[in-house]
Design a protein around this ligand. Sequence first.
Ligand code: HEM
Length: 284
Amino acid sequence: MASLAPSTQCRFLFKKPNPSILPSPNFSSSVIRKDSPYSKFQLLKFTGMVTRNVVVSAVTSEKPWKRYPEGETKGFVEEMRFVAMKLHTRQQALEGEMEAKAPEEQPVENWEPTLDGYLKFLVDSKLVYDTLEEIIDKASFPSYAEFRNTGLERSEKLAKDLEWFREKGYAVGEPSAPGITYAQYLKQLSDKDPQAFICHFYNVYFANSSGGRIISKKITEEIPENKELECYKWDGDLCQLLQNVKDKLNKVAENWSRDDKDRCLEETQKSFKFYRYILRLILT
Ligand code: HEM
C-alpha cells in the first residue's frame, strides 16, 4: 500500500534512504552501532541483556515526540516526519508503530466507505483547509507568511469538488462536529503558539498528499463516473511543491529553540487525533 503513495516516490527522489536509520517494520527495537547517533537516546536495561547497543523505539519506551537526533543535521522536517510516521498504525504505513483500534485505523483496503460519509469528510476537510489558509493569509506571526501560495492549498479545489457533487444532485451538508472542533482549535492555537500551529500545518497538508491519496483510490469506485477529484490534483509537480514547503519549514525552524521544537513535535499527537475524527466520517 505504501508504495502507492506519491510522497514515498518524492522522498526517494530527493534523498537516498539510509537503511541504518530506518526503523525495522517488524521489531520495536533495533541493534545499533556504538558510534551511531542513536547513542544519544535513552538506553533501557533488560534483564540478562547487554544494554549499550539497544535502543528501544518510541512505541515501547519513549514519548513519540522524543527528539530524533538526525534532525539536528538534516533539518527539522526530518524530526516532524519521524514523529508522524510512528503515530501511524502498522497497517497504514510501513514505518507506523501504533496498534489499530478505531475503525479508521484499520487497513484502508478493508474499509467499507459510503459516498455520504465521504461527502461529510470532504465538507469537514474543506472547513479545516479554509481555516488553515485564512490563518496563513492573515499571518498573525511573520513566519506564517512564508507558507502563502505554496501550491499545496486545497480550499478552492475542495470547493470545486463539492460544487460538482451538488450539480450531480447530491446533498452536500454543513460542516459537522469533527471539522468544527478542529477548526476552532486551530484558530485559537495559531494566535498564541506558532510552533504548535505549524505542526498542524505540516501534518494536515502532508497527510493529504500521502494517506489522502491512498484513501482516494479506495473511494473512487463509489464516485459517479469514477471521477478523480480536484483535491488530489496539484498545479505543478507535487514532489517539488512538497520539497519547497519542507525547505521553508526547515528555514523557519532554524530560529526555534529546542523547547520550541519539542513543543511542535509534541503537538503531532493532537493533529492525528483531530484528523482521525474527520477520517472516521468516511465510514459513517
Ligand atoms: C487512513 C489513514 C492514513 C493512511 C493510510 C496514511 C498513510 C501514509 C503513508 C503510506 C505514508 C508514507 C509516505 C512515505 O513513505 O513517505 C504517510 C505519511 C505521512 N502521513 Fe499518513 N496516513 C494516514 C493518516 C494520517 C494522519 C491522520 C496524519 C496526520 C494528521 C498523517 C500524516 C502523515 C505525514 C505527516 C506523513 C509524512 C509525509 C511525507 O513525508 O511526505 N497521516 N501516511
